[in-house]
Write a protein that binds this ligand. Structure first.
Ligand SMILES: [Zn+2]
Length: 169
């Protein structure tokens, strides 16, 4: 069986989420530009303290101001080469949900296609997001709507990756 493209990159995005340094959100994002893959995950920028390592007086994790996985993957691209907008489009895969704020950042960066996971979105939010995407000519695809067995797909693939790499959980 040949792995479907969206399944492949969503699995990479899920793997990226496992590198998250955020105590509150473990999300990952993959940005694909000319078939070159960039990775981002929730967390602070390099050289800043990981929010996982910052505890308050009672030993609890603080509410944090970590960057989203989507923003961090854009930083990765701008650090390493030309801006995303210099290319003929870029596809972003994220394990997280999409918000208007994120769409704004991604559109500004030059992302033209977004594949995302849907979670806890109200119909009103979804309508706003779809309108915004349409106005900005962004292709928006909800991964979970596309296939009903997505989660089991990704989990099975991750298990295989773990086995292949012999990673101990
Ligand atoms: Zn955090």
């Amino acid at each position: 069986m040949r792995l479907q493209k969206h399944d492949l990159y969503m699995t990479f995005a899920k793997l990226a989420s496992m590198r998250s340094t955020c105590a509150n959100h473990s999300e990952g994002a993959i940005l694909l530009i000319d078939n070159i893959m960039f990775m981002g995950y929730t967390g602070n920028l390099p050289k800043q303290k990981h929010c996982k390592d910052i505890l308050n007086e009672s030993g609890k994790r603080q509410p944090c101001n970590c960057n989203s996985a989507e923003l961090n993957v854009i930083f990765q691209v701008t650090k390493s080469r030309q801006p995303v907008s210099a290319h003929n489009g870029a596809t972003l895969y994220t394990t997280d949900t999409i918000t208007i704020d994120k769409l704004n950042q991604l559109v500004s960066a030059g992302v033209t296609e977004i594949v995302y996971k849907k979670e806890n979105q109200s119909e009103e939010e979804l309508r706003d997001i779809l309108e915004f995407a349409k106005y900005n000519e962004i292709s928006l695809l909800c991964y979970e709507d596309e296939t009903e067995i997505i989660d089991s797909n990704v989990n099975e693939m991750l298990l295989e990756v773990h086995n292949l790499l012999n990673i101990n959980k």
